[in-house]
Design a protein around this ligand. Structure first.
Ligand SMILES: Cc1ncc(C[n+]2csc(CCOP(=O)(O)OP(=O)(O)O)c2C)c(N)n1
Ligand SMILES: [Mg+2]
Length: 381
């Protein structure tokens, strides 16, 4: 017969109780669920979510992913020609950004890493702004729209504690807004990330964390970064909801991210969504990924391309054609070319500008560097 057990609360900690009289009883159980709606062949699995019955919505997703890819291709070409600095490609990850940008409301706040152009374009960021930024001109991050969104974040995971600050401010002001923080798989190894999800949980903040797990942190593969079976399960330790989604399936992403946003907006706390995707390009234009990963791995992920599967589905439903594809291609090229012309027409920032806006008054050591930069790098004064 099973031994009698009883729960006893711990003093000063009413939410925690321990089992008395049990030797090996489980005290907690967790599961991480995986969500997919559209498979790589373009077939819908299970019931179609309500929003996905509207073909215009899906065509909108496709158009944004396509334009983002056209932008990405052009940005790499500009860098190769010496007309852009180092650039981080989002090739293969367009569904993640598109779903995020489509679910968010204008008044929400996006805290991106550096591959979320698809989301930023939907938020109102202009292509030339992104080009300016990677061209070394920080004014590109001074968005006209969306004023409240955060700039591209290069210091890994540092946007996660920032998101906690934003979420806390939203709560203090009793607003119905949500902070959406996007980071990579590598970012989840940082202390900033753990601290942020913990604080978000403790304070029940309106934040959605989206981990764009593209399987690599530069040359560090996912399985060398963490022994955890999923990155979503890191949410469990923080006491917040966590789940995994096919990150190349824009329909599943939209469904899950929207749900998390509604939950946060209604005061029911944060969610961590791990989007399983793949960086089809090099880490940045300063990287050569063929040195650390196999062609067959990359080829396998090309078969899961987020654009191809949505196009297949739309075509099978009679909602997309060769003609529509050609028109979109032409339109995208025009839009990208226009942005490039505007970017190239903007005069370069003077060298001394990199010292502006950092300090109210520049320390003497930096003042010296500033003078030297203005004089063209001469350091003899
Ligand atoms: C705090 C910090 N440490 C190290 C780096 C150098 N670095 C740039 S990208 C990167 C890998 C990030 O991987 P992940 O978070 O998976 O994002 P991904 O580039 O794959 O989108 C590292 C370590 C950095 N930018 N910031
Ligand atoms: Mg990564």
């Amino acid at each position: 017969m099973a031994k009698q057990t009883a729960r006893t609360s711990i003093p000063n900690c009413p939410s925690v109780s321990v089992l008395q009289g049990a030797t090996q009883a489980p005290v907690a159980r967790f599961e991480i669920h995986y969500h997919q709606v559209l498979d790589p062949k373009g077939q819908i699995l299970g019931p179609i979510p309500e929003f996905a019955k509207n073909s215009e919505t899906l065509i909108g997703f496709y158009r944004n992913m396509f334009k983002t890819r056209a932008f990405d291709t052009k940005a790499i070409a500009l860098q190769r020609r010496g007309q852009l600095g180092t650039y981080a490609s989002c090739l293969g990850q367009e569904a993640v950004g598109t779903a995020i940008g489509s679910c968010m409301r204008k008044e929400d706040v996006l805290l991106p890493a550096y591959r979320e152009y698809a989301a930023q374009f939907l938020r109102g960021v202009r292509m030339q702004d992104i080009l300016l930024y990677w061209g070394g001109n920080e004014t590109g991050m001074n968005f006209e729209i969306p004023r409240r969104d955060f700039p591209i974040c290069i210091p890994i995971a540092s946007q996660a504690p920032h998101a906690v600050g934003v979420g806390y401010a939203i709560r203090l002001r009793r607003e119905q807004r949500v902070a959406v923080c996007v980071l990579g798989d590598g970012g989840t190894s940082k202390g900033d990330f753990y601290e942020a999800i913990n604080a978000a949980g403790v304070w029940d903040l309106p934040i959605v964390f989206v981990v764009a797990n593209n399987q690599w942190a530069i040359s560090m593969p996912r399985n060398a970064q963490s022994r955890a079976e999923t990155l979503a399960q890191k949410a469990i330790a923080a006491g917040i909801a966590g789940e995994q989604v096919d990150g190349n399936d824009v329909i599943a992403l939209y469904e899950r991210i929207e749900k998390a946003l509604i939950k946060a907006r209604n005061g029911h706390g944060p969610t961590l969504i791990e989007a399983l995707t793949y960086r089809l390009s090099d880490h940045t234009t300063a990287d050569d990924a063929s040195r650390y990963r196999s062609e067959s791995e990359v080829a396998q992920w090309w078969r899961a391309d987020p654009l191809v599967r949505l196009r297949r589905y739309l075509s099978n439903q009679g909602n997309w054609s060769e003609k529509a594809e050609k028109e979109l291609e032409f339109e995208s090229q025009q839009e990208v070319e226009r942005a490039v012309r505007e970017y190239l027409d903007i005069p370069a920032q003077p060298a001394g500008s990199m010292f502006d806006h950092l300090y109210a008054s520049l320390p003497e050591s930096l003042e010296w560097q500033r003078r030297s930069a203005i004089q063209g790098g001469r350091q003899d004064d």
